[in-house]
Design a protein around this ligand. Structure first.
Ligand code: F6R
Length: 610
């Protein structure tokens, strides 16, 4: 989705904006642009396609001189990728330039009104009305102008604004779309995303809904929509810039796969004190748990898949029914929820529009909401009653890896905490699982040894020309199959489907023919024999099978074509290990096919529209 960066200070803005835009590339975009105030005049440079084109056109940002500017990466929604539709947009008198993330829902009526008043529009975007609206309401005072503009806009927006009349200031407004102000030393930033400014500062202030920021090189002022100045507390983001850079890896996705041991450690370790799980102050008291009838786990895409893994774990150990619900379905389903339902909301970015809406609906019906989120101070984190951060660090590749496995680890922590408090798990079993969680990062580390990775790569490369791949498993292996199929689809563009292995015979098996590839997940000891028959059924129809099994189940090799293994670990936490193997499998297939792994076509990292 679109990205925003803005700079004000004593350095040349152009190169800083370009570098910031490069950090935002991962969000997905199809055009980009920058605007800089140059000697009282706003200069704009835009380009369709990759930032590289903008970089070349602007000579690394050096063709515009000036120390105040805004930049944008656009992911087309209203109007095709073109120079006219790219941001920054100028007001008709060229005294204001704006960049916008979000959707202005009433843009058509505003456009008609402004056109009737003589304003000329050059593109088709909803965003362009903001620039014209600012000009139209400009009264000589930018704060009062922006207050009026806020009252006229419907929809969601994060907007960065510069004005030729106020060349020593940068402005921002927002509603339902993230925007932070980065605090530097003698310079300040605005950004839709921490990573764009992380190279310069770790100190941020979050702009609230319908608030206005007025930023100079040395000062930041915030106002509410009534024009009252408000005090805001800065916070520090404990991410470091190395985490947002490739650091020698060919792709962010590969780097993030390899970061999983560290990410899992950060999710789990600080929450374990002796035999106790401490969830950053989140408590479930006895009365609450005895009244609790159900848990709804809600998310989109991989976050939804993490919830499916969480369901098995929580139902098994807490003996509470759990529903997995896709956020986009939940919000239009008139959900039955209330105080007796705990709603667990999962989102790496914390900004996914469907997931945020689901949270708001659950909360409005009286359900307690607990968010499992990676990005600190994101909209979902702020809206939930409780938040458990995964602390996975910045995730740049569009396809989630460490975001997903840390969500699962967080759900295990929540499940174990509830189970012990409820008395639905024995202390012995609780301790076994806790110790499995503590050693999980090291187990993942061992799995990422050169020899193991080489083996996955060899198989992946062998099958890179497949038209279709099936993933089958039972129980948590089925949950892991869903994520394996999604990973392969999104980055390699190979059609992939996950099936509960027992369902094959109810229809799908008709698709198995000579050399159809099936990945069969066999990590659950108790399901070994069932999986063995499912694999034989595929083989007897000419299919090729790669088994992904725990070492204890490696005898399955005798009935498959190839075998990949995960280290032996508690069956209940094996989905994390399976996920890592399937991520590598998808990665190496996509690599061999020459795909744009970090930025797959048509996809955006943070889906802030419904
Ligand atoms: C797949 C992927 C997506 C996200 C989904 C939810 O690799 O990354 O399916 O999981 O868009 O995103 P978040 O977790 O940010 O809400």
């Amino acid at each position: 989705m679109c990205g925003i960066i803005g700079y004000i200070g004593s350095r040349q803005a152009g190169p800083i904006l370009l570098e910031g835009l490069k950090k935002l590339e991962y969000r997905g975009y199809d055009s980009s642009g920058i605007a800089v105030i140059d000697d009282g005049v706003i200069s704009v440079i835009k380009s369709v396609g990759m930032i590289k084109a903008l970089d070349e056109k602007s000579k690394g940002g050096s063709v515009v001189s000036g120390t105040v500017g805004i930049g944008h990466t656009r992911w087309a929604t209203h109007g095709a990728p073109s120079d006219e539709n790219s941001h920054p947009h100028l007001s008709s008198d060229k005294r204001f330039a704006i960049v916008h993330n979000g959707i202005i829902e009433n843009f058509e009526s505003l456009r008609t009104e402004l056109k009737s008043l003589g304003y000329k529009f050059t593109g088709e975007t909803d965003s362009e009305v903001i620039a014209k609206l600012i000009q139209h309401h400009y009264c000589g005072d930018i704060i009062s102008t922006l207050r009026t503009v806020i009252t006229r806009l419907e929809g969601s927006y994060a907007v960065g604004i510069i004005s030729a009349d106020k060349p020593d200031a940068l402005y921002a407004i927002r509603k339902d779309n993230p925007l932070v102000v980065g605090l530097g030393d003698g310079e300040n930033f605005i950004a839709s995303d921490y990573t764009a400014a992380l190279e310069h500062t770790k100190n941020f202030v979050l702009l609230g809904d319908k608030e206005i920021a007025e930023i100079t090189a040395t000062e930041t002022k915030f106002y509410d929509v009534d024009g009252k100045q408000i005090k805001k507390k800065p916070y520090t983001v404990e991410w470091n810039i190395e985490e947002a850079q490739k650091g020698g890896y060919a792709h962010f996705m590969l780097k993030e796969i390899f970061e999983q041991p560290r990410a899992l450690t950060r999710t789990v370790r600080p929450r374990i004190a002796g035999d106790e799980i401490k969830l950053d102050g989140i408590e479930f008291d006895g009365d609450y748990l005895s009244s609790l009838e159900r848990i709804d786990i809600i998310g989109c895409g991989s976050a939804y898949h993490a919830g499916i893994v969480g369901k098995s774990f929580i139902e098994k150990h807490c003996r509470i029914p759990v529903n997995n619900i896709l956020a986009s379905e939940y919000i239009y389903s008139d959900p039955i929820t209330g105080p007796k339902t705990l709603t667990v909301i999962i989102s790496q970015s914390g900004e996914t529009a469907d997931t945020l809406s689901a949270l708001k609906i659950a909360a409005s019906r009286g359900s307690r909401t607990l968010a499992v989120v990676n990005v600190v101070q994101s909209a979902i984190a702020r809206a939930a009653d409780d938040v458990l951060y995964t602390h996975a660090g910045p995730e740049i590749a569009v396809a989630t890896t460490k975001g997903y496995t840390t969500q699962i680890a967080a759900l295990y922590l929540i499940g174990l905490k509830i189970a012990l408090k409820k008395g639905s798990i024995t202390v012995k079993r609780y301790k076994e699982l806790l110790s499995g969680l503590v050693t999980l990062p090291q187990t993942v580390e061992d799995m990422l040894s050169e020899a193991e990775v080489k083996k996955v790569r060899k198989y992946a490369e062998k099958f890179h020309n497949q038209k279709c791949v099936f993933f089958i498993g039972r129980g948590t292996d089925y949950a892991a199959s869903l994520e394996g199929a999604l990973k392969l689809k999104e980055i390699s563009y190979i059609h992939a489907e996950a099936y509960a292995a027992g369902e094959l015979k109810h229809g799908t098996i008709s698709l198995i023919e000579d050399h159809t590839l099936t990945l069969a997940l066999v990590t659950q000891e108790k399901l070994y024999h069932k999986m063995e028959s499912n694999i034989k059924a595929v083989k007897s129809r000419g299919g090729t099978v790669i088994a992904l099994a725990s070492r204890a189940n490696s005898k399955i090799k005798s009935c498959t074509d190839m075998l990949l293994t995960i280290p032996d670990c508690d069956d209940d936490i094996s989905p994390v290990l399976t996920a890592v193997q399937l991520q590598l499998f998808a990665y190496y297939i996509a690599l061999k096919r020459g795909c744009e792994i970090d930025t797959p076509r048509n996809l955006a990292k943070s889906v802030t529209v419904e």
